[in-house]
Design a protein around this ligand. Structure first.
Ligand code: MLT
Length: 241
């Protein structure tokens, strides 16, 4: 069993070797994969992740009227003309039940699309870390945990989350690469004060300063959800193919 953790999608040097055929987990704790888990838990039917804003508008325009919502951010804020931004607290059952969400974010949705060649592609965050970890551990496949990072740079909250997921997976540490071992180690060292560790992360501070402090608090909630979103065939649902 081989388990690799990538600090960013850009650091995947050989996707054929390290992602294709594996159980991959894309992690963007602040905030895209938290939003995805929360929206599906709130009853959204499916989420279509796209890389670019104009592409999102086109996909939305092709869907039946009233069936879909445009969601996402640039610079952390809701995109002009979109129904929702990237705050998990917006995705209530009243707002999203039964709807298709067309979503584009700066890093998270791009990271998902970069891993589309995985055998199974789950989306993880602190809020569903144990559920995703158990699914990875039960898959019997090699695992690739792919942190979304920020614009090609490593972010601590995603690596801490990879550690939470791998800790819950029950996968053998002797199959883990060095970053997986480091992720598990820093997660365990910070498990007593995860909130403190996450609050200090650069993107958490950026979001708090931009007025999204409540989102950060939500995103820190270890295992508040039991949902495991899967990407397959261009869309994200709670079931895997
Ligand atoms: C992203 O995908 O880049 C993030 O989710 C950014 C954010 O916090 O909205």
């Amino acid at each position: 069993m081989r388990i690799h953790t990538f600090p960013t999608p850009q650091s995947i040097v050989d996707p054929g070797e390290t992602v294709r055929g594996r159980f991959a987990v894309v992690i963007d704790t602040l905030r895209a994969t938290t939003v995805i888990a929360a929206a599906l838990a709130a009853g959204a039917e499916r989420i279509i992740p796209v890389a670019e804003v104009e592409e999102a508008r086109k996909v939305y325009a092709g869907l039946p009227e009233g069936a879909a919502l445009l969601c996402g951010e640039r610079g952390g804020n809701r995109i002009e003309g979109f129904h929702h931004g990237n705050s998990p607290l917006e995705f209530t059952p009243e707002a999203v039940r039964g709807r298709t969400l067309v979503m584009t974010t700066t890093n998270g949705t791009r990271a998902i699309l970069a891993c589309a060649g995985a055998a199974k592609l789950a989306l993880g965050a602190m809020v569903n870390a144990s559920a995703v970890g158990r699914a990875a551990g039960a898959s019997g496949m090699d695992v690739a945990a792919v942190c979304a990072g920020t614009r090609g740079f490593f972010t601590l909250e995603d690596v801490l989350t990879a550690g939470a997921i791998l800790s819950a997976s029950g996968l053998p540490e002797d199959g883990m690469d060095d970053l997986s071992r480091l992720a598990v180690d820093i997660y365990r060292r910070n498990a007593g004060d995860l909130t403190g560790a996450l609050r200090g992360c650069a993107h958490a501070r950026f979001l708090a300063e931009a007025g999204y402090g409540k989102d950060v608090e939500y995103c820190m909630g270890l295992d508040r959800l039991d949902t495991v979103p899967y990407y397959a065939g261009g869309e994200i649902r709670l079931t895997s193919n």
